[in-house]
Design a protein around this ligand. Structure first.
Ligand code: SAH
Length: 214
């Protein structure tokens, strides 16, 4: 297990100030980022770079999202304690841990076995009791539906209907939609047939991939 030093804690404080300047105002989200040792979710070579506001490589050619993106997506969802949140794209597990700190009951899906195993171990080590699943995010988790909130952390070519079907009426989903560049959308399920869509600018994510053998 890596060590969380005063230097790391200082770097996290500085990162939070940077996020405030970039428009993150949700104090619960900022407190989560200040508390969680992001460097635990990365290779040791990124020990201090972990607290720069940038995306970094993780296993299987994937990336841990930039802290400001994690904060932005988390803030848009306005998570309340006890809410059921489905995450697609566990990756390193860092965003998952932020959701746990916000008091959510988290159900997170990852398609890469290597990442799934590592994130599961890391989350347990930090005592976050998120439920993690190895599978295809396009299918969601029908056995655990319906959800209050959904967060997609990979670029989706379109909004997956199976996931919309697993949202409660009134539930919200934050999803980056697009191929090379994605538009961040906040989707509210108004009824079984009506969605409200709001857009929040462009981002760049690794793609949400179709099911294949893993
Ligand atoms: N939230 C993560 C970001 C990881 S990058 C973090 O904080 O580290 C996005 C992740 O989505 C990758 O790990 C990728 O393997 C995963 N992914 C892509 N398509 C997927 C799919 N169809 N189902 C589940 N996970 C998927």
């Amino acid at each position: 297990m890596p060590i969380d030093t005063f230097q790391h804690k200082g770097l996290r404080k500085r990162l939070c100030n940077e996020l405030r300047e970039k428009g993150i105002s949700d104090e619960a989200v900022l407190a989560a980022i200040e508390k969680i040792p992001r460097h635990f979710f990365l290779e040791s070579t990124f020990d201090t770079i972990a607290y720069e506001d940038r995306a970094l490589p993780i296993l299987c050619d994937q990336t841990i999202s930039q802290p400001s993106t994690v904060a932005f997506q988390s803030q848009l969802l306005k998570i309340k304690r006890g809410e059921k949140v489905m995450e697609i794209g566990t990756g390193s597990g860092y965003q998952t841990s932020v959701l746990c700190e916000l008091g959510a009951q988290v159900f997170s899906v990852e398609r890469h076995k290597g990442l799934f195993d590592k994130a599961k171990r890391q989350l347990a080590e930090l005592h976050y009791n998120a439920k993690t699943f190895l599978g295809d995010g396009y299918k969601g988790l029908p056995a655990y539906a319906p959800f209050d909130k959904v967060i997609i952390t990979c670029g989706a070519p379109e909004v997956p209907q199976a996931i919309v079907d697993q949202m409660k009426i009134g539930a919200m989903m934050v999803i980056p939609v697009g191929n090379k560049i994605q538009e961040m959308r906040l989707i509210t399920k108004l009824s079984d047939t009506e969605l409200k869509t709001e857009s929040f600018g462009n981002f760049r994510f690794v793609p949400m991939l179709e099911k294949r053998k893993f």
